[in-house]
Structures are given as structure tokens and as C-alpha cells.
Design a protein around this ligand. Structure first.
Ligand SMILES: Cc1cc2nc3c(=O)[nH]c(=O)nc-3n(C[C@H](O)[C@H](O)[C@H](O)COP(=O)(O)OP(=O)(O)OC[C@H]3O[C@@H](n4cnc5c(N)ncnc54)[C@H](O)[C@@H]3O)c2cc1C
Length: 195
């Protein structure tokens, strides 16, 4: 019997399993298909919201924390599994954003780097860019990661932990609650899983 049951083995479930199991907790993760195949496989791997200045302060706080954490995560996963997640700080270029002033103010307030490129500097930097753009915002610190590799490394690392059980091919179809507490979870193919 595990202390924590995580339903869904996408990047969120896998990261949660990593964090919880790092505290020594017993964790069980159930995934109806294969881990890290759905949105977490398809994602472009940009380690930032698009137009981050358009979100609430709480999103900025969370995203900034994650951006600072990802280099360490990529390093640890490589050490633990030998898998290179292809994490790289390649920068992000936003073309002709119509709220450049807001973006620059947001960057200053939140200590994130944004540089405005005028037409000449933009085309000097991106020589193969299609014509017609007049300016861009460059976020040099934004990174990219290769999602399928990240997922594979996350699963590989969790499988090495004796306090983590991963069950793929198990779909949670129902909960049984006593009051507000979940008492049992019905999983297709695996019968009843008691928590
Ligand atoms: C085309 C595309 C591009 C994207 N690009 C980016 C990007 O560049 N940067 C970025 O930050 N985000 C991007 N995203 C968003 C990002 O991929 C998702 O926010 C993220 O992957 C969500 O992870 P998740 O773990 O919540 O969901 P998922 O990866 O969908 O995982 C959920 C898992 O739960 C399982 N599941 C569901 N129901 C049950 C059940 N009843 N029982 C058991 N298992 C169940 C599913 O099978 C699935 O594996 C993109 C998304 C898409 C689709």
C-alpha cells in the first residue's frame, strides 16, 4: 500500500512522483497507456509560457522557478540515466508583438532578460527569416528540451527508485470515497487497487 497514488504518467505526474519519492514517500503511479506519450510527448519543449508577460504574477513566479530549475533537472537525469534530454538555452524570438512596452516593463520588474531588436538587427541575426517583420523581442535565456527524451529519462530514473511503482496500461475508472477521503480506486485490467 503506497502513501501516494498519482493518476496519469505525463510530465506532471512524473515530476510529482519524483518530488514525492525524493522525500522518501512510497509512491504509486498509474497510467492508462504508456507514460509520457500524450501531450507530454507532443509538446514543443519550450521551457516558458509564450508571451509570459500576459499572465498573472503567480504564473510568472511558477514559470520563473521552473526555468531556473530545468538545467539542474536535465543534469540530474543525465547522471541518473545517461539520457541526454537535449536541454539547451537557445533563446526565444517573438516577432512583431503588439505589446512590446508591456513586455519590457514585465522583464525589468521580474528580472527576466528581454531585448528589443529593430528591423536591421533582427534580419542581421536571423538571415533566413521571411521578409515583412519589423521588430522582435529576444528572450535569450529561454530554453528548449526534447520532450520524448525528457519523458524517457524521467521514467528511467523513477524505475530505479525502490519507493516508486509505475503501472502502465491501468486506467482509473472510479473512486470510492468515505466522506471527503478517497478510500479505494478502481483500475481497469488490474482489479481494485486499495489506497
Ligand atoms: C502540440 C503541443 C505543443 C506544446 N508545446 C509546449 C511547449 O513548447 N512548452 C510547454 O511548456 N508546453 C507545451 N505544451 C503543453 C504541454 O505539453 C502540456 O501542458 C503537458 O505535457 C501536460 O502534461 P500532463 O502530465 O498534465 O498531461 P499529459 O501529458 O496529457 O499526461 C496525462 C496522462 O494521464 C493519463 N491518464 C488520463 N486519464 C487517466 C486515467 N483515468 N487513468 C490513468 N491514466 C490516465 C494519460 O494517458 C496521460 O498519459 C504543448 C502541448 C501540445 C499538445
Amino acid at each position: 500500500m503506497s502513501e501516494f497514488l498519482i493518476i496519469g504518467g505525463g510530465i506532471n505526474g512524473l515530476l510529482l512522483a519524483r518530488e514525492l519519492s525524493s522525500t522518501g514517500a512510497e509512491v504509486e503511479l498509474v497510467e492508462k497507456g504508456e507514460c509520457a506519450r500524450e501531450a507530454s510527448w507532443a509538446g514543443g519543449g519550450i521551457v516558458s509560457p509564450l508571451y509570459p508577460w500576459r499572465y498573472q504574477a503567480s504564473v510568472t513566479k511558477l514559470a520563473s522557478w521552473a526555468q531556473d530549475f530545468y538545467p539542474q533537472l536535465a543534469r540530474e537525469l543525465r547522471e541518473e540515466t545517461g539520457i541526454d534530454t537535449e536541454f539547451q538555452q537557445c533563446g526565444l524570438l517573438m516577432l512583431d508583438a503588439d505589446d512590446e512596452a508591456e513586455a519590457l516593463t514585465w522583464a525589468e520588474l521580474n528580472s527576466r532578460k528581454i531585448e528589443r531588436l529593430d528591423t536591421i538587427s533582427l534580419y542581421r541575426r536571423e538571415t533566413r527569416l521571411a521578409p515583412g517583420f519589423s521588430s522582435a523581442l529576444l528572450m535569450p535565456d529561454v530554453a528548449n528540451i526534447r520532450n520524448p527524451r525528457l519523458g524517457k529519462a524521467m521514467v528511467g530514473s523513477l524505475r530505479q527508485r525502490s519507493n516508486v511503482k509505475i503501472r502502465e496500461g491501468c486506467e482509473v475508472v472510479d473512486f470510492n470515497c468515505i466522506g471527503e477521503k478517497i478510500n479505494s480506486v478502481l483500475v481497469v485490467h488490474s482489479g481494485v487497487l486499495w489506497i
